[in-house]
Write a protein that binds this ligand. Structure first.
Ligand code: UP5
Ligand code: MG
Length: 195
């Protein structure tokens, strides 16, 4: 008998809202595969930026805190997902970023089973990113790029959340709280909606 297609969860939220942190917890608890779109793009850009014009341009875009081209992003996600042999679920971190990407994902990949929006105050987002910037060396954790990421997020999120709301797919959670509290709500949501 053919296997059912994996459940697909999208985690969206501002820079520093805890997408990566919570996705890892989901992957561990439910045995899901974890796909970080930002991580995919960063790896690819570091590998190819010196040898390839397209990727050197994308490296500049990402380092400035802007969005990579939609088609490239979707292609990377598709390639990554196709390499996953058989998973009961896939949790995707940081995608889509706007309504155009959401439409394209549905068109080319699938309709997600659940979208979780990690809602976080601007002040918290900034605090967390500034703290992380001191500890790690992510190329886009510089003050200018952080500002761009926050601005882009603010511009695109309301329409994106509305889009998924109209489809009845999204749950918004208060992500200002500590990691464990947020994860408690996420796991309750996943248990209720997907099982
Ligand atoms: N932390 C996490 N949760 C906490 C909590 N509840 N309380 C206290 N601290 C908490 O968390 C950030 C920091 O906060 C960490 O130090 C963590 O310990 C702490 P993290 O889980 O890393 O948050 P996250 O939401 O993943 O933040 P991130 O900075 O990764 O978000 P971005 O959206 O900026 O990054 P992403 O990697 O998704 O995208 C990066 C870039 O890639 C984009 O700017 C764009 O250029 C490009 N991109 C595209 O172009 N298209 C895409 O589709 C996706 C990405
Ligand atoms: Mg992240």
């Amino acid at each position: 008998p053919s296997r059912p297609r994996p459940k697909v969860i999208l985690i969206i939220g501002g820079p520093g809202s805890g997408k990566g942190t919570q996705c890892l917890k989901i992957a561990e608890r439910y045995g899901f595969e974890y796909v970080s779109v930002g991580e995919l793009l960063r790896k690819k850009m570091i590998h190819n930026a010196t040898s390839n014009r397209k990727w050197s341009l994308i490296a500049r875009i990402i380092t400035n805190g802007e969005l990579a081209p939609q088609e490239t992003t979707i292609t990377e996600i598709k390639q990554k997902i196709m390499k996953i042999p058989d998973a009961s679920g896939i949790v995707i971190d940081g995608f889509p970023r706007d309504v155009g990407q959401a439409l394209s994902f549905e068109d080319q990949i699938c309709t997600p089973d659940l979208v979780v929006f990690l809602a976080c105050s601007n002040q918290r987002l900034k605090e967390r990113l500034e703290k992380r910037a001191e500890q790690q060396g992510r190329p886009d954790d510089n003050p200018k790029a952080i500002d761009r990421r926050l601005t882009n997020f603010k511009q695109n999120t309301i329409p994106l959340v509305k889009y998924f709301q109209e489809k009845g797919l999204i749950v918004t959670l208060d992500a200002d709280r500590d990691e464990e509290e947020v994860f408690y709500d996420i796991s309750t949501t996943v248990d209720n909606k997907l099982y």
